[in-house]
Design a protein around this ligand. Structure first.
Ligand code: G6P
Length: 491
């Protein structure tokens, strides 16, 4: 309701690379999958609430033949709350724009996770061309001169200015789901000016934290001739203003009714331990990530190894289950990362396994939301050790899953979420000893302390849910539009 007050009849168009529902063709017909993407987790409930059109890259095997310009599908399947407009990219476009510039260039550039960004001229050309294709689709979808366009993430840095050129009255809210680095780090990008120029086509530019906003403003200050008003956090460039603001993203808090239908914590525990053949009396730690080098999976395994070394009483009683959804596997960096993790897992297991006991279980497969929820409910702790993360929604999903007020969250200080989730055990994942100590502390934490921490974490996430995130952006956009209208009248 709050969202609809802010939108009040305006048309909403979301643009992101990843689509919320992937339609795959199988022998039994078309099945629909939910991707592992923090962006989709957050934006999807907002779209269900305010309808409109979501423009995204078509990534499933079904409907690939539908390459016409009017490919539109009502989603969620069976509910039909909004439209999904898929853009089908050629293999070359996907290679250059998605794997190349977005994931070998922008992703490591912004995360500063000690993986060198790669910048190829051909990737940049593809990135520009695909941004233009998506911008054209947004313009084609627009039913008025001033739609509300919600641009998502680093795949579309150029799109805001492209849409602005055709629809100067549009309200363009761009949200950057990953970190923004400092000016020196960003400065190595050969097309830094073009990227900043493209982003400043936005009416509002959102980041998760004030720190990322500050980095962005300093980057603009360094590389563009723009007028910056620090007090209002605005940037005037090419005769238009952009508000740069922080909006910490979140998740949809589960509905009471859905929670009532969840299997009990005991049932979840039983199912998970049975499935994995785990001993009953154990401390179960879980990690759930995409198989990505920014997530600190290696550091986490090192900490588990150190725990078993330092406190041998946990051997036989402490089990770590890592769900890692393969991602971007066409890139060598991702494939070799996965192999490295597999090797380290094997090494730890070789060192500490006993008959009937294996300390680390690596499940390198995508898990649907219900399976992840079951694992969260079964666990004694959830370990999030990102080396750098815009927000990290896994930490918030874990908290939402624990209506029994038990379970400990271990959280990296380098995830945006650490600013809000202060009752977690906060760690520096680069510090093996500190992380191992946190594992020990979590494994030994009395139920009463867990309850106290979890209750507080839950009230934070319940309050600062994703509707609040979207609502705050839309409220700012509404004020902005009103002011522009008044100023236009005065002039
Ligand atoms: C991060 C990015 C998202 C992306 C997700 C999954 O959360 O910020 O834009 O969708 O990772 O990555 P993928 O490349 O599979 O979409």
């Amino acid at each position: 309701a709050l969202l609809n007050t802010h939108i009040s009849g305006d048309q909403v168009i979301v643009v992101s690379n990843r689509e919320p529902y992937i339609h795959e063709r199988t022998a039994d017909g078309v099945i629909v999958k939910r991707p592992a993407s923090g962006l989709v987790t957050a934006v999807e409930p907002v779209m269900r609430a305010c309808s409109g059109t979501w423009v995204a890259h078509g990534s499933g095997s079904a409907d690939r033949d539908v390459v016409d310009a009017h490919d539109r599908l009502p989603v969620p399947p069976g509910q039909d709350d909004y439209w999904l407009r898929r853009i089908w990219l050629t293999a070359e476009e996907e290679q250059g724009y998605y794997y190349g510039f977005a994931n070998e260039g922008m992703w490591p550039l912004c995360h500063v996770a000690h993986v060198r960004p790669v910048f190829r001229e051909s990737d940049w050309e593809a990135y520009k061309a695909v941004n233009q294709r998506f911008a054209d689709a947004v313009v084609a979808e627009a039913r008025s001169e001033d739609p509300l366009v919600l641009v998502q993430d680093y795949h579309f840095a150029l799109l805001p200015a492209m849409v602005r050129e055709k629809l100067p009255q549009a309200t363009i809210l761009t949200f950057w789901h990953i970190p923004w680095p400092n000016p020196e780090s960003f400065g190595i990008c050969p097309w830094r000016k073009e990227i900043l120029d493209g982003m400043l086509g936005s009416t509002i530019l959102g980041f998760h934290t004030r720190y990322h906003c500050k980095n962005f403003i300093e980057t603009v200050d360094r590389y563009l001739e723009a007028r910056i008003e620090h007090e209002h956090s605005t940037i005037a460039f090419r005769e238009k203003e952009t508000l740069v603001e922080s909006y910490p993203i979140s998740i949809e808090w589960p509905q009471e009714e859905a929670m009532r239908n969840w299997p009990s914590v005991e049932a979840c525990r039983q199912r998970v331990t049975e499935r994995l053949g785990l001993p009953q009396d154990l401390c179960l730690a879980v990690g759930v990530d995409r198989f990505d080098y920014t997530k600190g999976i290696l550091e986490r395994l090192n900490a588990v190894e150190r725990l078993l070394e330092k406190w041998p009483q946990w051997i036989g009683r402490f089990v770590f289950v890592q769900v890692a959804a393969p991602t971007r596997s066409a890139l060598e960096e991702y494939r070799s990362f996965q192999e490295r993790i597999e090797r380290v897992t094997a090494r730890i297991n070789e060192r500490f396994s006993r008959p009937g006991y294996q300390p680390v279980h690596l499940l390198a497969a995508h898990h649907e939301p219900d399976a992840v929820n079951e694992l969260f409910r079964a666990a004694d702790m959830c370990v999030v050790t990102s080396l750098h993360d815009g927000m990290n929604l896994v930490s918030k999903e874990f908290v939402a899953a624990r209506d029994d007020l038990q379970g400990v969250l271990i959280l990296s200080r380098f995830a945006g979420a650490a600013r809000e989730l202060a009752e977690a055990l906060i760690v520096n994942p680069y510090h093996v000893e500190e992380t191992a100590d946190a594992l020990h502390r979590a494994a030994s934490m009395p139920a009463a302390e867990q309850r106290e921490r979890m209750a507080s974490l839950r009230s934070t996430v319940r309050e600062s849910n994703v509707f609040r995130w979207a609502g705050r952006m839309l409220l700012d956009a509404g004020r902005w539009r009103l002011r522009a209208r008044i100023e236009a009248r005065v002039r």
